[in-house]
Design a protein around this ligand. Structure first.
Ligand code: AP5
Ligand code: MG
Length: 227
């Protein structure tokens, strides 16, 4: 029985993606989730779904999110705990946007009861992410992330995956983006130190093509014997 447990553990992946707003977490998470067949848990997506469905959680967090502020830790932690404890995460998970501060990271460890395999930081310079977020549009139907050529080119544009309407996130307005970047920069260092001390923190240059970033992340998740 113990041997079966050890073999199963070898195939389970528990990954955390960290990065500033617009670093490419969502873009990479969708590719990684599909490639490694692990569920993608994005706290931002979960909150936006609740806002769209006008649930009590959505109504509670909408103003904070639109202003670029963090949702209170207890609300976020309980959302993640419920998802991670569900059946879909038995084979592992890929966290995108959680944890965001040292408290969330330590709470995650305390309710997980098992180890995180890799924490991957996607690093992108501030001026690049500001530009990316100005030109990001998301599909109101399937959530697919798009990058448009210019703000004007989005008029009447639809999602290449499902034909849904492309919209701009409320928190992608430039003044809010700057606040989100400040929130990120103010909180990230102690959390990075926490994971670095455990030897599980890896960094990739996110200012390369989506494909290159993905390949670099794959070689961190499943290193070949030479790498
Ligand atoms: P969340 O949705 O997680 O937002 P975020 O962390 O600010 O990150 P983004 O989703 O904006 O960026 P991304 O890194 O996913 O980039 P993407 O792949 O889209 O959270 C939203 C809010 O929810 C928070 O502000 C907070 O209020 C709340 N919240 C969430 N989690 C919380 C938590 N743990 N605690 C408390 N509150 C929480 O890419 C961006 C653009 O760049 C796209 O257009 C994409 O096409 C393009 N792109 C991506 N990669 C590349 C590349 N390599 N080259 C060129 N373009 C690229
Ligand atoms: Mg995202």
């Amino acid at each position: 029985m113990k041997n079966i447990y050890i073999i199963m553990e070898a195939f389970i992946l528990r990954i955390i993606l960290i990065g500033a707003p617009g670093a490419g977490k969502g873009t990479q998470a969708k590719l990684i989730s599909k490639h490694f067949k692990i569920p993608h848990l994005s706290t931002g997506d979960m909150f936006r779904e609740n806002i769209a469905n006008k649930t009590s959680l959505g109504l509670q967090v909408q103003t904070l999110i639109n202003q670029g502020l963090l949702v209170p830790d207890d609300v976020t932690i309980s959302l993640v705990r419920n998802n991670i404890n569900s059946e879909k995460c038995w084979s592992g998970f890929l966290l995108d946007g959680f944890p965001r501060n040292l408290y969330q990271a330590t709470e995650l460890d305390s309710f997980l009861n098992c180890k995180i395999d890799k924490v991957i930081l996607i690093d992108v310079p501030k001026e690049i992410i500001i530009n990316r977020l100005k030109l990001r549009r998301v599909c109101a139907n399937c959530g697919c992330i798009h990058q448009v050529i210019s703000n004007n080119s989005t008029i009447n544009q639809s999602c290449s995956e499902c034909g849904g309407t492309l919209i701009q996130r409320e928190d992608d307005k430039e003044s809010v983006v700057l606040d989100r970047i400040s929130v990120y920069n103010n909180l990230i260092k102690p959390m990075l130190d926490y994971y670095s001390a455990q030897g599980i923190l890896h960094e990739v240059n996110g200012n390369e093509s989506i494909e290159n970033v993905f390949n670099n992340i794959c070689s961190i998740i499943r290193p070949t014997p030479q790498s």
